[in-house]
Ligand binder design. Sequence first.
Ligand code: DOR
Ligand code: ZN
Length: 346
Amino acid sequence: MTDAPNRLTIRRPDDWHVHLRDGAVLEGVARHTARQFARAIVMPNLSPPITTVAAAAAYRERIVAAAGPGFTPLMTAYLTDTIDADEIARGFAEGVFTAAKLYPAHATTGSAHGVTDVANIRPVLERMEAIGMPLLIHGEVTDSHVDIFDREAVFIERTLSGLVRDLPGLRIVFEHITTRDAVEFVEGAGPNVAATITPQHLHINRNAMFAGGIRPHMYCLPVAKREVHRLALRKAATSGNAKFFLGTDSAPHAVGAKESSCGCAGIYNAPYALESYLAVFEEEGAIDKFEGFASLNGPAFYRLPVNEDTVVLERSGAQVPELIDANGTPIVPFHAGETLAWRFLG
Ligand code: DOR
Ligand code: ZN
């Protein structure tokens, strides 16, 4: 933080929410995350999902092999209606599971096996509260009668506020928040409730999906909302409030799966994640708050040490390609074709 204005050195950041997939795509995308981040919370929505300690341990090995040395994947358990509290607790005790992820069933990609009613996993949540294991929440209702742009706010009302009230000791990360309602909820909750914020929700509002035609590469879930919400997220991320930290939700899909009559949800931002976030912090006049958001607040919430090494960004421009070849799978990255002001040097 003592560099000249055109250089920024910060402790190495971590990504507290990422989709690394598996197989050939994992081999293609893991190195992008590992280049910028020391650790990442890896989402378990594979097919089939990661619901056992053994599956998570095996997946962790595949990630380590794909990412190369110096990168630590932090694994998550995928909660289902029938998941066993003992399996979750054992995985946490053995250091295999760092957290467990709650997907409301059918809320998003790979959530078909998710939870149909949080009442069904109440014993698991009570156990997690008792052992201090973080619960990561995809916070959207799945009720088709609720407008898609309201699903996060309605989830707060119908589910999250009750969970926080009934299980006050449960450590919760409200993932990839997209609304002012979520910002206010997290700010008003106790110290056990935090949130991740993605780069795309800081950069785009819902107009981006319809600018001159339909833009599938701007579509992710939770979907981007109105401008007033984007502005609230920018304020929260750059405020210095330690409840908010970096989680890219980088979610790669092949270009053909996005540019389709039923395109997949997910934005692939891993290759230029830090450049993307830093652009926002600079625009908000808050570069001094960047290290907290990217490198300090997440470890504090997860009760992990901060990384010892540092990374450098330089104000020399990063040209984002139109397409990235992820080991044979073509993927359009976030900011495709744009030049971002800052460049990650390593
Ligand atoms: O846009 C999204 N993509 N949101 C999610 O919650 C899942 C993710 C994916 O796995 O593709
Ligand atoms: Zn995600």
